[in-house]
Design a binder for this molecule. Structure first.
Ligand SMILES: CC(C)(COP(=O)(O)OP(=O)(O)OC[C@H]1O[C@@H](n2cnc3c(N)ncnc32)[C@H](O)[C@@H]1OP(=O)(O)O)[C@@H](O)C(=O)NCCC(=O)NCCS
Length: 184
């Protein structure tokens, strides 16, 4: 089993830099997590205030890399934080993780998350020796399902009933899975 670093390592792609979050990213993070419309299919309710985003950012910065790791997705040109990508619910024995992705509306439709997702998968598979990657996606979330398929995930099942609780409402989700070697 590969040793897990204490903070998210920097991952470079053609147009992006995936790097650890810093306290100074607060406003950019609030733009991401405060956008209820963009988060309509997200697994957690949007952040209602800058203050609640600040609290949430604590675990973005401190992290617990054996279990989850979060990267800010920054444009190399202009150094603007446009999104986040993460892994979580890591199972060390079974070499399995779940992944999540989120990008600001104005940065969508450019292939940024495809690029970031490929870099994350490379890191998970090559460095952390993850064998299986899962993504849970609401059936309505077509852009996320399209992204998962572009990256090589397969639709394996679902809806898993009442899998997410968001703002007091239960939601079913589809299960996408990728085994090491299937990434594209
Ligand atoms: C899910 C989400 C990250 C997908 O973002 P996205 O911009 O559609 O995904 P990508 O970055 O891979 O870009 C793909 C799009 O860019 C286009 N594109 C342009 N240049 C491209 C390139 N160089 N490479 C790949 N795609 C490119 C593709 O054609 C595609 O557009 P289309 O959907 O109109 O066909 C985004 O919708 C999001 O943040 N949603 C809100 C949060 C959320 O629901 N997250 C998922 C929870 S499960």
């Amino acid at each position: 089993m590969a040793r897990t670093p204490k903070t998210a390592p920097i991952l470079q792609t053609d147009r992006l830099r995936l790097r650890p979050f810093r306290a100074t990213d607060l406003k950019a993070v609030h733009t991401l997590y405060g956008d209820g419309e963009n988060l309509r299919y997200w697994g957690v309710e949007p952040s209602p205030s800058l203050d609640s985003t600040r609290k949430m950012m604590r675990w973005h910065i401190t992290g617990a890399p054996r279990h989850y790791m979060i990267w800010a997705v920054e444009e190399k040109k202009g150094k603007r934080v446009v999104g986040m990508i993460n892994y979580f619910r890591r199972d060390l024995r079974e070499r399995r993780v779940e992944v999540g992705w989120l990008i600001r509306p104005e940065a969508q439709g450019k292939g940024y998350m495809t690029e970031a997702g490929r870099a994350l998968l490379r890191y998970l598979i090559d460095t952390l020796k993850v064998h299986r990657v899962e993504a849970l996606i609401r059936p309505e979330n077509k852009p996320s399902a399209a992204l998962a398929k572009r990256l090589g995930f397969r639709l394996e099942g679902g809806p898993l009933r009442d899998r997410w609780l968001v703002d007091g409402q239960w939601h079913g989700v589809m299960l996408y899975g990728l085994i090491a070697g299937e990434e594209r």
